[in-house]
Structures are given as structure tokens and as C-alpha cells.
Ligand binder design. Structure first.
Ligand code: XMP
Length: 319
């Protein structure tokens, strides 16, 4: 007996009662949870909500622009856009270890977010898009990695260091309820049904050292992959799909000459809970089209491979 309009009214009432006329800060990532939280809180308290969107340079193609258009332009949400791409890349220089990359990205994010939050000096609340499965996950026994995921995802440590109270209006909802709520609040279908994207972004999809050149190649290859999945109806039939950049060169032929360029790996999985996953049996014709497009359109890539590893023993991400 879940009734969406009633639920929204109730949730709005609760947020208003909790927050009163105080200001709220929210770190907008562009993902489903923080987006729905932002839309709901904005519906409740309007301009008392200030969102901070940090571009770490590890986002997908046109992602920053899309987030700003959706929230700032269409929903008239107050969003501060911080372009910190250069800063993140500088910090990541020479780092090759996956966990060290994660820690560096997480630390940098907290630092930048904190600086921005301190400028909004009368804010009393920090809003987060924590959903019910996150609550259970943090309460139960969990692996080191899940701990890391949550600590970045929910900007761990920030409420304490900023002396802010926590506002988590999605705490009781499951993912499908969050999506339904998002649609009811007027968020675009593409955003609401987006595959999950890790907090460290392309930082863990570029194997080894992260470089701007690699990120650019990966962004373009990934955009082609996702576009073709959407056009063929396979995006909705997969739980997560993305390209991975391998900093390895292999030989190819281009016209009359030899090429010596990088490799892109494609990953597409089907899963219920992301704890185990099957690789998606994409049609060969679709894979052929994607591979041709990537090799023809992304200068610097001359080989595309498809990942046929299940989880376990492989993880979904390559790092
Ligand atoms: P793995 O690679 O462990 O991924 O099979 C399982 C799910 O978690 C996501 N993931 C992350 N999300 N920060 C995140 O916010 C991270 O560091 C991180 N690592 C993995 C991954 O995209 C998949 O959905």
C-alpha cells in the first residue's frame, strides 16, 4: 500500500519539521540517490537547499553539463559547480595502486567539499542520499571494500568535521522506490534508470596511473558503448556496463601502415545485488558495431576486447 503522492507529502512535511528555516548542503554526484534526495529536499524547502557538485575530471562524457542542466536549469535548484579536474589529476599523478587511487580521490573530494561547505557559513544540515540498503550494509558485517565504498559514497566524516546535522530523507527506501520517487518528482527517465557509477569514477576504470589523455579516450569509447546499448535496447537488460582503459599498446593495421595503440575492454554485467554477476551475452552483431565504431572514431584505440569473466572470481570493476 505504497502511495506515491501521499508519500511525497509526508516526506516533505517531515523535512520541513526537521529543518525549519535552516540551510541544508548536499553533495550532488549525478547518481540516482543524491539526485532524488536533492529533488525531494528542494520540493520541501526550495532555496534553503544548496547543492555542491564537484567535477573531479573522472566523470563520463558531458556528465557535468548534464547534471547542471537538469538541476540548475530545469529544476531551478541552487547548485554550485566546482571544476576540480586539474586538482584531482595532479593529486593522482604517479599513483598506480587501486586502493591508493580510491583514497586519494576520496580525500580530495572531502577536502574540496569541506572548503565549499564552510563558505556557506549559515548551513546547519548536511543532506545525503543514503538509502535503506546502505543503512543495512553499514550496520551488518561487511568486507573492507564495501566499507570503502560507503565511506566515499556517503562522504564519511564530513558531518562531524563540519559540525552539521545529518538529513537523510531516503533512509527507509529501497532502490526501486527511490526510482519511483524520482520520476514522481519530475527527474528525467535517463537519470532515474542510470546504471550505478562508482564514486572514484573513471579513476578506477583507467588501469594504473590516471592521465588526462587516457580519460579522454575512455570517455569517448564509453559514450559509444552506452549509446549503442541504449539504441539496441540492451542498456535496460544489463545492470552495469562500461568501458575500461588498458594502458597497453598492441599492433594493428591502419590503411597501409602499422599502428601501435591502446586497448579498450568492454564490460557488461547482469546482477541482482552486485555481489555476484554474470557477464551479459550481448549479440555478436552489436559487439561488432561497437568495436568498429570505437576503433574508427576514437583515435588512439586500435583494439577492443570483451570481458567474459563472472563475479566471482572477477569483480565488476577492473580495479
Ligand atoms: P565490484 O567491482 O566490487 O563492484 O564488483 C560492485 C559494485 O560497486 C561499485 N563500486 C564502487 N562504488 N566506490 C563506489 O561508490 C567505489 O570505490 C566502488 N568500487 C566498486 C561497482 O561500480 C559495482 O556497481
Amino acid at each position: 500500500d505504497w502511495n506515491m503522492p501521499d508519500y511525497i507529502e509526508e516526506a516533505i512535511g517531515r523535512i520541513r519539521a526537521q529543518v525549519g528555516n535552516e540551510k541544508v548542503i548536499l553533495g550532488l554526484s549525478g547518481g540516482v540517490d543524491s539526485s532524488v534526495a536533492a529533488a525531494l529536499i528542494h520540493r520541501a524547502i526550495g532555496d534553503q537547499l544548496v547543492c555542491v557538485f564537484v567535477d573531479n575530471g573522472l566523470l563520463r562524457l558531458h556528465e557535468a553539463k548534464q547534471v547542471m542542466e537538469t538541476f540548475s536549469r530545469n529544476l531551478a535548484v541552487n547548485v554550485i559547480h566546482i571544476d576540480a579536474s586539474r586538482q584531482f589529476l595532479e593529486q593522482l599523478k604517479d599513483i598506480t595502486d587501486p586502493e591508493q587511487k580510491r583514497r586519494t580521490i576520496g580525500r580530495e573530494f572531502v577536502e574540496i567539499f569541506q572548503l565549499e561547505a564552510e563558505k556557506i557559513n549559515d548551513a546547519k544540515w548536511l543532506a545525503q542520499g543514503t538509502i535503506y540498503p546502505d543503512v543495512i550494509e553499514s550496520a551488518g558485517s561487511h568486507t573492507q571494500k564495501a566499507g570503502t565504498i560507503k565511506s566515499h559514497h556517503n562522504v564519511g566524516g564530513l558531518p562531524e568535521s563540519l559540525h552539521l546535522k545529518l538529513l537523510e530523507p531516503l533512509r527507509e527506501l529501497f532502490k526501486d522506490e527511490v526510482r519511483e520517487l524520482g520520476l514522481a518528482l519530475g527527474l528525467p527517465h535517463d537519470l532515474v534508470f542510470r546504471h550505478p557509477f562508482p564514486g572514484p569514477g573513471l579513476g578506477v576504470r583507467i588501469l594504473g596511473e590516471v592521465k588526462y589523455e587516457y580519460a579522454e579516450l575512455l570517455r569517448h569509447a564509453d559514450a559509444i558503448f552506452i549509446e549503442e546499448l541504449k539504441n539496441s535496447g540492451w542498456y535496460e537488460k544489463t545492470s552495469q556496463a562500461f568501458a575500461v582503459f588498458l594502458p597497453v599498446k598492441s599492433v594493428g593495421v591502419m590503411g597501409d601502415s602499422r599502428s601501435y595503440e591502446y586497448v579498450i575492454a568492454l564490460r557488461a554485467v547482469q546482477t541482482e545485488d552486485f555481489m555476484t554477476a554474470h557477464w551479459a551475452e550481448l549479440p555478436y552483431t552489436l559487439l561488432a558495431k561497437i568495436s568498429n565504431r570505437i576503433i574508427n572514431e576514437v583515435r588512439g584505440i586500435n583494439r577492443v576486447v570483451y570481458d567474459i569473466s563472472g563475479k566471482p572470481p572477477a569483480t565488476i570493476e577492473w580495479e
